[in-house]
Design a protein around this ligand. Sequence first.
Ligand code: ZN
Ligand code: FE
Length: 239
Amino acid sequence: MKVITVNCLSDNFSYIVINEKNNNACVIDPGEADPIINIVKKNKINIKYILNTHHHEDHVGGNLELKKKFNCNVLGFVDDKNYIPGIDTFLKDKELYKDKDFEFMTYHTPGHTLGHVVFHFHKYNFLFSGDTLFSLGCGRIFEGTHDQMFNSLKIIKKLSKDTMIYFGHEYTKSNLNFCLFNDPNNIQLKNKVKKIYQLIDAGKPTTPTSLIDELQTNIFLKSENLETFKKLRDLKDNF
Ligand code: ZN
Ligand code: FE
């Protein structure tokens, strides 16, 4: 199984997951169609599925064009069935999806939106976290509550430590500054600074990250109670 990171719009990441046995692929959160189409042309892959973590335009903007062009199946959370363009298959919380090409678990992680989900390709330990978890940050709370988001992060924290996390936006530089400001004595965090800047300065994406790294350095994942989490989330909104 191979994952290609695709830059979309100004700072979105979309991903193409390829089954290397047959080149069948699924696209996660196509914010727009053109960058995906370009990669498909170059790599001779067959887009069979689109998976959406949530209904925001910057994650579903390419759905209809890709569906028309590749005749692919659109999968999303059942509660978002009226908001995800072109949706065909309704996924449920803690449901295992399995077919001849792919196998993954869907987990409902409300907070950023009420119907947000993450996709865990458990055989390979890939997590597509959309706008629930970013490297060194978490999503803004738009539709849900702090309580919901705090619990959603707990679900991710329970996954195996070597899970690779493919997140929805390149917000890492700003998130890093926020973490450094509020957690200045964190050695592991300080050790990450150089690596992150090397990637950013080279114009490379900072995705994926690993769960073990995030547990040590992401101040939102490190929050032990709802009160601390809420305070930090509010501070970040105005950082
Ligand atoms: Zn969003
Ligand atoms: Fe987004």
